[in-house]
Structures are given as C-alpha cells and as structure tokens.
Design a protein around this ligand. Structure first.
Ligand code: HEC
Ligand code: HEC
Ligand code: HEC
Ligand code: HEC
Ligand code: HEC
Length: 206
C-alpha cells in the first residue's frame, strides 16, 4: 500500500514535470525572436540611430520592425566577431536569400480598438526613451523590460500633463529624434504655449 502511494506520487510528479516543461517552453516560443538581435550592439555600441531602422516612426502609424533588406546593407560585409554573432548573422542572410521576411514577434502592442500614432508624438519632439526607456542599453527586448504598461491610465497621465515648449518642441531628454515644430493648428496648445494631449475618447477610440 505504502509502495503504491509513493509510486502514485512519483507519477503525479512526472506528470507535473512534463506539463510544466511544456508550459514554460510554450512561453519561450511565443516570445523568443527568430534571431538573437541586440539593440545594445546596434543602437548602443555602434550608435546606429533608431530611425535608421525604424524608418516609419515619423511618417506612419506604425514604427514597424525593419525589413530584411535594411540588414543586408551592413551584413553583406559585417560577419560578426564572435562565433555566436556569426551564427545569428547567418540566419539573417538566409532569410534574405530565401526572400522571406524575418518573422519578428511584436512585443509592444495596444489593442485594435485603440488608435495610436507615432508620427504625432515624434513630430512634437518626444524622444523614443520617453515611452520605451533606454532601448540602446538593452540586449533583448521583452515584456519584462517594457518601460510602460501601455494602459489607458499611462496614456492619460501624459495627456493631462502640461508640457512646456521650447522652440516649438516639448522640452525633455536630449532628443535624438528631432521632431518638427508643433503640429500647426494643434487644439492641444494652452494659452501659455505649453502642450497637452487630448482627453477626448474619440481621439484614441475612433
Ligand atoms: C549600420 C550597419 C548595421 C545594420 C543596418 C544592421 N547591423 Fe547587425 N550588426 C552590425 C554591427 C557593426 C554588429 C557587430 C558586429 C561585431 O561586433 O563584430 C552587428 C551585429 C549583429 C548580430 C550579432 C548579434 C548582436 O546583435 O550583437 C546580429 C544577429 C545582427 N547584427 C543582425 C542584424 C539584423 C537582423 C539587422 C536588420 C534588422 C541588422 N543586423 C542591421 C551592423 C549593422
Ligand atoms: C539595426 C537596426 C535597428 C536599430 C538601429 C534599432 N532597432 Fe529597434 N528593432 C530592430 C529589430 C530587428 C527589432 C525586432 C526584434 C526585437 O524586438 O529585438 C526591433 C524592435 C524594437 C522595439 C520593439 C518592437 C515590439 O515589437 O514591441 C522597439 C520598442 C524598438 N525596436 C525601439 C528602438 C529604439 C528606441 C531604437 C534606438 C535607440 C532602436 N529600436 C534602434 C532593429 C533596430
Ligand atoms: C508617446 C509614446 C511613444 C514614443 C515617443 C515612441 N513610441 Fe514606439 N510605441 C509606443 C506604443 C504605445 C507602441 C505600441 C503601438 C501599437 O501597438 O500600435 C509602440 C510600438 C513601437 C514599436 C513596435 C512596432 C509598432 O509600430 O507597433 C517600435 C519598433 C517602436 N515603438 C519604436 C519607436 C521608436 C524608434 C521611437 C522613437 C523614434 C518610438 N517608438 C517612440 C509608444 C511610443
Ligand atoms: C509622453 C507623453 C505621452 C504619452 C505617453 C502618450 N501621449 Fe499621445 N500625445 C501626447 C501629446 C502632448 C499629444 C499632442 C500632440 C499635438 O497636439 O500635436 C498627443 C497626441 C496624441 C494623439 C493625436 C491627438 C489628436 O489630437 O489627433 C493620439 C491619437 C494619441 N496621442 C494617442 C495616445 C495613446 C493611445 C497613448 C497611449 C498608448 C498615448 N497617446 C501616449 C503625449 C503623450
Ligand atoms: C490617450 C488615449 C486614450 C483616451 C483619450 C481614452 N482612452 Fe480608453 N483606452 C486607451 C488605451 C491605450 C486602452 C487599452 C488599455 C489596455 O490595453 O490595458 C483603453 C481602453 C479602454 C476601454 C477598455 C477597458 C478595458 O479595461 O479593457 C474602455 C471601455 C475605454 N478605454 C473607454 C474610454 C472612454 C469612455 C474614454 C473617454 C472618457 C477613453 N477611453 C479615452 C486609451 C485612451
């Protein structure tokens, strides 16, 4: 009887072990990127500007992950110094040769019923760091390193704050991204010249 029980215990343990293993690899698969790409190497050590790769941050409602073409310009020459770098760079070249886009997984994501546009925010002079933190010092972008929860409260907290304006730009951290002037006819400018975001539901929920 005692023997039976310990066998049962072992069996249960084994079942849990398998289930847990399955669950944790499931999570890893969902968020592990197809290539071990480091922002610290590119934007940090090699000082490649954010907008060199994320070209749409000013123009469209998506920043988007860069196209594989944009990688090959450098990586037809840059092979990588260390073995693991070489290995990962090879993967990028293979996608290019197969004419396949790299299936990057999206991490920062607001629900479909929310309208968010980078363009407007970058134009008035917000720096990437203001919403994403210091990405240039990060190797792997994941949920864990996310600087903000992208909740409605987070958007609102900034939209209801007066942002002092200096030379047509909201003042703040050193802006690498250099926006243009405040969008002409912005309804959000207060009489003293500082800038607010909108509280109007329709602006974010069209
Ligand atoms: C402006 C040039 C440039 C562009 C564009 C570029 N890289 Fe790199 N990449 C580098 C340099 C420099 C290194 C560092 C190599 C070294 O240290 O030997 C590197 C390293 C890497 C590595 C090794 C791991 C790491 O990050 O340290 C991978 C993988 C990689 N790049 C992938 C990509 C992909 C994918 C793209 C396109 C989205 C891309 N690179 C675009 C210059 C570039
Ligand atoms: C050499 C090209 C390159 C440069 C330079 C670069 N990025 Fe990226 N970025 C990528 C690639 C490739 C991905 C998708 C893989 C990943 O998430 O790491 C990405 C992903 C991201 C993401 C996450 C996207 C998501 O799905 O949530 C953010 C945020 C981001 N980059 C911001 C920045 C910022 C800010 C800078 C400048 C400090 C920057 N990037 C510079 C290539 C680049
Ligand atoms: C005002 C806040 C804010 C600023 C400033 C900002 N971002 Fe974002 N970023 C977001 C939000 C919110 C999302 C999620 C958007 C979505 O899911 O549609 C996002 C998503 C992204 C993504 C994932 C792909 C996409 O477009 O959804 C990338 C890449 C990115 N940002 C890069 C940048 C870069 C590069 C800069 C600077 C040029 C920047 N961001 C400045 C808030 C910001
Ligand atoms: C760092 C501060 C900041 C954060 C965070 C922020 N915003 Fe904004 N947003 C602003 C400011 C300031 C403006 C006004 C820009 C203007 O008038 O041109 C603005 C403008 C906008 C606009 C255009 C408004 C219009 O009048 O057409 C939309 C849409 C928007 N934000 C959505 C969002 C959403 C959705 C989020 C959260 C996911 C968010 N914002 C997070 C500061 C912010
Ligand atoms: C500055 C942008 C912004 C404005 C203005 C805004 N929202 Fe939202 N709202 C969001 C974002 C972002 C989310 C998604 C939050 C998340 O994913 O956690 C959201 C989510 C919601 C949800 C879903 C709640 C939930 O828990 O899933 C409702 C309902 C909502 N908003 C109603 C409103 C109403 C009503 C107003 C006007 C009083 C309003 N919103 C104004 C950005 C905004």
């Amino acid at each position: 009887m005692k023997d039976m029980r310990s066998k049962l215990k072992m069996l249960l343990l084994a079942v849990f072990w398998v289930m847990f293993g399955f669950l944790s690899t499931g999570v890893a698969d969902e968020f592990t990127q197809p290539i071990a790409f480091s922002h610290k190497t590119h934007a940090g050590t090699n000082e490649i500007p954010c907008e060199f790769c994320h070209t749409y941050a000013r123009r469209s409602i998506n920043s988007g992950a860069p196209s594989v073409e944009s990688c090959i310009g450098c990586h037809s020459v840059v092979e990588g110094a260390k073995d693991d770098q070489k290995e990962e760079i090879k993967k990028a070249i293979q996608y290019w040769e197969k004419r396949q886009p790299i299936p990057w997984k999206k991490i920062h994501d607001v629900p479909d019923f929310v309208h968010f546009s980078h363009k407007r925010h970058i134009k008035v002079g917000f720096d990437c760091t203001e919403c994403h933190g210091d990405i240039a010092q990060i190797d792997v972008i994941s949920m864990k390193i996310m600087f903000a929860d992208l909740s409605m409260g987070w958007c609102m907290q900034c939209h209801t704050k007066n942002h002092p304006v200096v030379k047509g730009q909201v003042s703040g951290p050193i802006r690498q991204t250099r926006g243009g002037a405040i969008v002409p006819g912005s309804v959000n400018q207060t009489p003293d010249g500082s800038l607010l975001g909108s509280k109007d539901c329709y602006v974010c929920h069209k």
